[in-house]
Write a protein of this length. Structure first.
Lengths: 638, 475
């Protein structure tokens, strides 16, 4: 077996870079700090490519499946006799794929940020946070066990909290980072309980043991039944809740649009390629347990994914902030991936959805990072996020224009660009599993093409606006990453994914089903055509359509009022009906009497009188009542 | 008494000696020189701390009234570490003009309560237990009233003594019923003959109520807010960290040994009280603006989590409680240390005063953030592991709903801990508290707390040692 111990360096290098920049960065010249951060990631990327090459090509024995390899592992703690907590590095097709995705996108974002963040006073701080984030994310995908994954999962949360709140002078950025942190923490609540349930029903944290089809976890079929589902199914659903929080699935998506307050390169890194797909990765990592142990849980995944994808696509059609459009687009595409996992089975032909989901994750990382970085270049040039403040930029920013267009065509699913292949596989998988889900995804494909081209025309076509200064093309340090990613978006579809990343490690025979591929391309084209008619040059059509669909438009524009619902629940219900009465009690009863008592030392006699009539008695009363109630409960139990 | 017996009782004897030494030195010092007591006492206590770590096996003294074993010694050492940090953090405050004459009082009273706690931990029968309990309580009341020229402090002292008298009464009532129904006060004997007769159940409830008072579990917690707010800040941190930790240690020993036969019945009650304590503590803490009250209420919520480990009812449960208390001591002392440093220098205790603190006092703010993250249980700091082990032990007992409620509460607590972080790092303030430099002792105290928070989480050995020691007890 090949030795992969060196893969340990891939997460460790960014970690050391983080320490170096965090502790010494303020003494460095900004450019040096940026260079150190970038080269750290560059080494990581090279190591990742080498690992991918060795794992998939040079070390692989033809005709056998891909196995998972523990490159490194130490036991950190013996929790119980058989349950240990380990730290290590797991190498298998999906973790290697994620290594490539994360290091590639992260490297591009690093390079891009040298240009984008130029002149920012916290330049080194930004790069140290980026390194911390990369470290956490790489540690997450390499985890050998679910506990390690949870720790890195939280670290990812903390570091994204830092990155989103980077512009801490901006109150909206601060609010957004707090919102993202707390919402995902609530989701992690499910994750943590899920881990505990899973580990105590199966007796292990280890992924290899858990996902072994013949292992105890799957063979037991989940043990005791609770409210119609096995404990295993419940634990998997709870774990999925954690994944849904990070991946912004409905109804835990509310943090994602606000998180766009962070610097744009951060959005490209976190909200396109890495953190938001952590939930997909989590389900994929545990996929055999889902598919074989608890198919019920997998149905939940499929429907949540399907609903999120159409929900977000509709909203995206009405937004005017370009980063928010991209945010909703991300949510919609991740819904695709989740759905694809949800409709998949384990092994052979059944596993098509699993393959398609990872394939789409890969291609999506490329084109979505490209879209975000392109949007960043645009925002950099015109100093606004609003689509209404842009127009006619194709003349000024040729590189950005072309690469953005490539990304738009890719996401619309037009062959031979990469997303055509991955999306097609998803649609095939959905078609063979559930016709309704297929129909949803089919419509979403059209909507996606529509809103992306609405965005594209809004930025690059139409009339010039009044700009503060003439927009100019971004420097090369920013456009080169765009070109690299554009290259990836175009050609990633030709990677033989069906041979590399499959549910059981064995190659999968796929063939294009033209009955699905042709209509899906057609609906994509239809979306583009409608967008062209409506938005290429300014017409009255968009307003008319909005007028006709007044209510739907308004609802979608306000994101179906999800934020308001959350606010209502937290402000009105929790605050008013639970917290306020308690605060009132505290203020008036406890503080009130407290204030009423004065001068104990000087007027001991008076004070004792006060005690007699006042509060201590009440305390004693409560104390005794507590005891009596306990006695009553005991009597009842007895 | 031979040397081995001395080694067995070294924690108690050394402390007694220390208290006497401080008293004698104090008598021979002129008022102007009283502050020399501080470094001497700190040095001697540090020696005591080190002596505590001499390895020592199990032993019993006084016909079984006093017993010791490596686990109990470890508990005492944990308390010693906590007290040492508190002593370091109180130096600045003790040096103030108005406290100068009473420096030795502070040390003597503090050591007396610690002796009481050590006796309680080592007790082999209810008599020793009760003596330890009273010795641990009464001096604390005097400490709470330490700055008795302040009305609130005096009031805190009186409230503490009165309400603990009530709880002691109930607890003693329970003990006498245990004696009445079993004919023994020795833990070992009681364990064997204890049955679920109604009288014995009643006795247990009375005992448990009394102990709940010490750990401030809901609904026996009402005294805490007033006392914590009124007492001087270092006494508050002592009460909420050391007293509570010691009481948790004792509770878990007694629950797992003396009352183990009642486990099936008491678990329901523990369940209920755990839910109540976590939730009520959290809901109250959410609206507090005074930092001392804020930490006090949040420490009530923390106490609720301890019950999860007791409910787990196995080696893991015991280990997780001890580990949690250890981590809790560091995290809470980190937070209290910062509050204390600020309050001693500037006299400010309100959360609004912390607005923009990061700009002027970045190190204090960072330590505060670390402590609060640890209290909230965010990985990878130690507090997360403390909570995680408690959750895991409750989950291993099958209490998934309880774990759910607990994790929910932990998440809610994150909200209010973040409020402080937000105040320090984000809230705008034209006139944040001015920069100040703490003295060496305070900084050392804060540094130890910070290191503990940071490294305990990574240093798995600690958990494994506690686990192996607990294993010996549970067999």
């Amino acid at each position: 077996m090949a030795d992969y111990t060196y893969t340990l360096l891939i997460p460790l290098i960014p970690f050391f870079v983080f320490l170096l920049l965090g502790l010494q960065g303020h003494k460095m010249k900004p450019f040096i700090a940026g260079l150190i951060g970038t080269s750290g990631l560059g080494i990581g990327a090279i190591l990742s490519y080498a690992t991918a090459f060795r794992y998939f090509v040079s070390e692989h024995v033809a005709g056998t499946g891909y196995t998972s390899i523990k490159a490194f592992e130490v036991t950190w703690l013996h929790l119980t006799d058989k349950l240990t907590i380990n730290l290590g590095v797991l190498i298998d097709p999906i973790s290697v794929m994620m290594l490539v995705v994360i290091t590639t996108v992260s490297l591009m974002v690093h390079i891009y940020s040298i240009g984008y963040m130029k002149g920012d006073p916290g330049f080194y701080r930004f790069f140290s946070f980026l390194s911390l984030f990369s470290f956490s994310m790489l540690g997450l995908v390499l985890a050998t066990n679910i506990f390690q994954m949870y720790i890195f999962w939280e670290l990812v949360g903390v570091s994204s909290f830092l990155l989103i709140g980077y512009y801490y002078e901006k109150p909206s950025a601060v609010a957004a980072s707090k919102k993202a942190f707390i919402v995902t923490r609530f989701a992690d609540l499910g994750f943590l309980i899920g881990i505990l349930m899973l580990s105590f029903t199966t007796g292990t944290f280890d992924f290899q043991t858990l996902t072994n089809p013949a292992g105890p976890a799957i063979a037991s079929k989940g043990g005791a039944v609770f409210m119609g589902m096995s404990l295993l199914a419940w634990s998997l659903i709870l774990i999925f809740v954690g994944g849904a929080g990070k991946s912004a699935m409905f109804p835990l998506h509310i943090w994602l649009p606000d998180a766009m307050e962070g610097p744009t390169p951060v959005s490209a890194l976190i909200h396109a390629a890495t953190m938001v797909v952590a939930g997909v990765y989590l389900v994929a990592r545990l996929f055999p347990v889902y598919a074989l142990g608890a198919p019920d849980a997998l149905h939940v995944v499929a429907w949540v994914g399907g609903f999120s994808s159409i929900f977000a696509a509709v909203i995206a059609c009405t937004q005017t902030d370009i980063k928010r459009i991209l945010a909703f687009s991300t949510m919609s595409q991740i819904g695709y991936m989740m759905l694809s996992l949800g409709v998949s089975g384990f092994g052979g032909e059944e596993g098509l959805g699993f393959m398609a989901s990872n394939f789409h994750l890969f291609t999506h990382a490329m084109f979505k990072a490209l879209l975000f970085l392109g949007a960043g270049a645009v925002i950099h040039a015109v100093h606004t996020n609003e689509i209404t403040g842009m127009g006619g930029l194709r003349k000024y920013m040729p590189f950005t224009h072309i690469t953005f267009l490539i990304a738009c065509i890719t996401i619309a699913g037009i062959p031979p660009f990469s997303a055509f292949f991955s999306k097609d596989e998803i649609l095939v998988a959905a078609f063979h599993s559930n016709k309704l889900l297929f129909a949803i995804e089919f419509i979403v494909a059209g909507l996606t093409a529509f809103y992306m081209f609405r965005l594209y025309y809004g930025i690059f076509w139409g009339k010039d606006r009044h700009y503060h200064h003439t927009p100019h093309e971004a420097p090369y340090v920013m456009t080169v990453p765009l070109m690299v990613l554009a290259f990836g978006s175009i050609f990633a579809g030709f990677l033989p994914f069906h041979n590399l990343v499959t549910s059981d490690g064995l190659p999968l025979e796929t063939h294009t089903e033209w009955m699905i591929a042709i209509p899906s391309v057609l609906i994509g084209l239809l979306g583009i055509i409608i967008a062209t008619v409506m938005y290429k040059s300014e017409t009255a059509i968009p307003d008319k359509v909005a007028g006709t669909l007044k209510h739907l438009y308004k609802w979608a524009h306000r994101k179906f009022y999800m934020d308001e619902v959350y606010l209502f629940v937290t402000r009105k219900i929790i605050y008013r009906y639970i917290s306020e009465p308690i605060a009132w009690f505290d203020r008036h009863i406890i503080d009130g009497t407290m204030n009423g008592i004065a001068g104990v030392t000087q007027y001991t006699s008076v004070a004792i009188k006060e005690f007699q009539s006042g509060k201590l008695q009440q305390y004693g009363y409560v104390f005794i009542s507590g005891t009596v109630i306990l006695v009553l409960i005991f009597v009842y139990l007895f | 008494m031979n040397f081995n017996d001395f080694l067995t009782m070294r924690h108690e004897l050394m402390l007694t000696l220390l208290a006497l030494v401080v008293l004698i030195i104090d008598l021979n010092l002129h008022n102007r020189h009283k502050h020399y007591i501080i470094p001497i006492t700190l040095g001697l206590f540090f020696v005591n701390l080190l002596v505590g770590f001499i390895p020592e096996g199990s032993n019993t003294l006084f016909g079984g009234m006093y017993r010791t074993n490596p686990l109990l010694i470890m508990m005492k050492n944990i308390l010693n570490i906590g007290v040492f940090i508190i002593l370091l953090q109180s130096v600045t405050w003790l040096k103030k003009e108005e406290n100068r004459e009473k420096i030795s009082e502070y040390f003597i009273l503090l050591f007396s309560t610690l002796i009481g706690m050590n006796f309680m931990i080592s007790s082999g029968d209810f008599l020793m237990f009760y003596l330890g309990l009273e010795l641990a309580t009464i001096p604390v009341a005097a400490l709470a009233a330490y700055t008795h020229h302040q009305t609130k402090s005096a009031e805190a002292g009186i409230k503490l003594i009165l309400s603990s008298a009530l709880s002691s009464g109930i607890l003693l009532f329970g003990i006498s019923m245990i004696y009445g129904s079993t004919g023994s006060i020795y833990f070992d004997t009681i364990t064997k003959v204890y049955a679920n007769t109604p009288l014995q159940l009643l006795a247990f409830i009375f005992f448990f109520s009394g102990m709940s008072f010490k750990i401030s579990l809901v609904p026996f917690h009402l005294w805490t807010a007033d006392v914590y707010e009124g007492a001087p800040i270092n006494v508050t941190s002592y009460l909420s960290v050391i007293s509570k930790g010691a009481a948790a240690f004792i509770l878990i020993i007694v629950m797992f040994t003396v009352f183990s036969s009642l486990a099936a019945v008491y678990k329901n009650i523990l369940y209920l009280i755990a839910v109540l304590t976590m939730t009520v503590g959290n809901l109250f803490a959410m609206r507090q603006k005074n930092m001392k009250r804020f930490l006090a209420f949040s420490s009530i919520a923390q106490a609720g989590f301890i019950l999860l480990g007791i409910l787990g009812g196995n080696v893991m449960g015991m280990t997780s409680v001890i580990y949690f208390v250890l981590v809790y001591i560091f995290s809470n002392l980190g937070a209290f240390g910062v509050v204390s440093a600020i309050s001693t220098v500037t006299g400010k205790e309100s959360m609004d005063d912390y607005d923009g603190l990061y700009r002027t006092n970045p190190k204090l703010s960072l330590l505060m953030m670390l402590s609060l993250f640890s209290l909230a249980g965010i990985p990878p700091v130690a507090g997360f592991f403390g909570k995680f082990f408690l959750f895991a032990s409750a989950a291993s007992g099958g209490y998934y709903w309880l774990v759910f409620i607990a994790v929910l509460n932990a998440t809610i607590s994150l909200y209010y801990y973040l409020l402080v972080v937000k105040a320090m790092f984000i809230n705008k303030n034209e006139t944040p508290l001015a920069f100040f430099k703490s003295d060496l002792a305070t900084r050392a105290g804060l540094l130890i707390a910070g290191l503990g928070i940071f490294f305990l989480g990574f240093w798995a050995k600690v958990y494994e040692i506690i686990s192996s020691l607990s294993y010996g007890i549970m067999q």
